[in-house]
Design a protein around this ligand. Structure first.
Ligand SMILES: Cc1ncc(COP(=O)(O)O)c(C=O)c1O
Length: 440
């Protein structure tokens, strides 16, 4: 189908592939309490308890989780040299932190929070249903030989642009499941190779992400031994991500960073289908209420959440419908059509969305590496431009005015949620640097 966005300068910029900031006119305070939402703040608490119950099993399965007792956590790091390099030297920008999900153990991206959670929760449920695990049993039993032999009768399937496939594949194989990952044409070769080394079956599609997911879904439909992790609909993925908000709150408190009516908190969250940023934003709203403002960020050619949410349409609008290509170096965000589930949940909870050009992603990747030694993948660097949009862009100023927080901006805290990078092999990283130098 073709879809005509409203006749405005903003729409013209979007269709022309220019970076811009959209403010969500449906954003409203207190929306997290809306009883009609398909997820509730109490679900975030329940997900936290699930993570805690699964932690001993995670610790047993993954050597790298010994230090944290099975928790999958990332650091919160105040911006240092990169602050100047990005032009954020003025006090107008308040305090700036990187939430380094690209360093997350197990899967090296934010997808560890969703994919690992859903696979381990499924394993626990399956074991209980099959009387392999009873009430009061030690959950570490699921890492034993008997459980592994049982899990090997089942396959976990998923469609992915790369990182979700990595996290689901790694988690599934750690418990002894078979795994099939349907990769979109955007997936980087190193992600495919890493999965193959783990014994994951990888189906490479020549089409985009939506097609990869559809194929994974069809493959799972007729076979009860296949469990499909459905990135377009999954509550488990969404809630797995959401628990990150508790971690953030604890880290901010340790650093004595206040979040209250006088000290707003801004989150900048790279968005593909919307599950990861939506889950984190939802969790943050549950924890910080109206004092947090969550913004998604998308590539200029793949702004699927932007075109759908600004359309107000009941039916999903894709980036192709408005004439964009869905071509981007930011593979994790190369998604043409957002999740309908996330669109419904975020309708009144999302503050806005800004877009970034690929060239800027690469330039920031280079700057982050040269200043403070960060190794980001292009998707992750999208988060770095958030403060610029909020503090300097005319729509950012309009947002501050609407919210009555202009005077509070210098006391605000900005969280640049860098979502992937530490697993990127050297050779691939060097090629990003070379590309970035060529355009700098
Ligand atoms: C590095 C990175 N950032 C952000 C995202 C976006 O997550 P979602 O597709 O759930 O919106 C992805 C998705 O794979 C990713 O790999």
């Amino acid at each position: 189908m073709t879809y005509k966005l409203p006749d405005t300068t903003l729409s013209a910029d979007i269709v022309a592939g220019w970076p811009t900031l959209w403010l969500n006119q449906d954003y409203r305070s207190g929306a997290i309490q809306n009883r009609d939402l398909p997820v509730r703040p109490t679900d975030v608490l329940e997900a936290k308890r699930n993570w805690e119950r699964l932690a001993p099993l995670l610790e047993t399965c993954f050597q790298e989780l010994k230090e944290t007792g099975g928790a999958i956590r990332s650091n919160l790091v105040e911006l240092q040299g990169l602050r100047d390099a990005l032009g954020y030297d003025s006090p107008d920008y308040g305090r700036l932190f990187i939430k380094a999900d690209g360093d997350l153990p197990v899967a090296g991206s934010i997808k560890a929070r969703g994919g690992v959670y859903e696979v381990f929760l499924f394993a626990e449920g399956l074991a209980k249903q099959s009387c392999l695990l009873s009430e009061g049993d030690d959950i570490r039993k699921l890492a034993g030989e008997q459980a592994r032999a049982f899990f090997s009768n089942y396959t976990i399937a998923v469609g992915s642009t790369g990182n979700l496939g990595l996290s689901v594949g790694i988690a599934a194989r750690a418990l002894g499941f078979k795994a099939t990952v349907h990769m979109s044409s955007d997936a980087k070769a190193w992600k495919v190779e890493r999965l193959l080394r783990l014994g994951v079956e990888v189906v490479k599609h020549t089409a985009d992400y939506t097609t990869a997911v559809e194929n994974a879904r069809i493959g799972a439909q007729s076979d009860p031994t296949i469990y499909f992790v459905d990135d377009e609909k999954s509550r488990h993925l969404f809630l797995g991500y959401s628990v990150a908000a508790f971690e953030l709150a604890e880290q901010l408190e340790t650093l004595d960073v206040r979040v209250d009516e006088d000290h707003p908190l801004f989150l900048y969250l790279p968005c593909g289908i919307g599950g990861a940023p939506g889950g984190v934003a939802f969790g943050a709203k549950a924890v910080f209420g109206d004092n947090v403002h969550a913004f998604f960020v998308e590539p200029v050619q793949s702004p699927c959440a932007l075109v759908h949410m600004m359309s107000g349409s009941e039916e999903l609008v894709s980036v192709y419908d408005v004439g964009l290509t869905n071509k981007t170096e930011a593979d994790g965000m190369a998604v043409a059509r957002m999740s309908a589930f996330v669109a419904i949940v975020m309708r009144e909870l999302l503050a806005g969305i800004y877009t970034v050009a690929d060239g800027d992603l690469l330039k920031m990747l280079l700057a982050a590496y040269e200043t403070d030694g960060w190794r980001f993948e292009p998707s992750a660097t999208a988060a770095l431009l958030g403060p610029e949009f909020i503090v300097r862009h005319p729509h950012g100023k309009e947002f501050a005015a609407q919210q009555g927080i202009q005077e509070k901006l210098a006391r605000a805290t900005h969280i640049l949620w860098t979502t992937g990078g530490s697993f990127v092999p050297d050779e691939q990283f060097q090629s990003f640097l070379t590309q970035a130098k060529a355009i700098s």
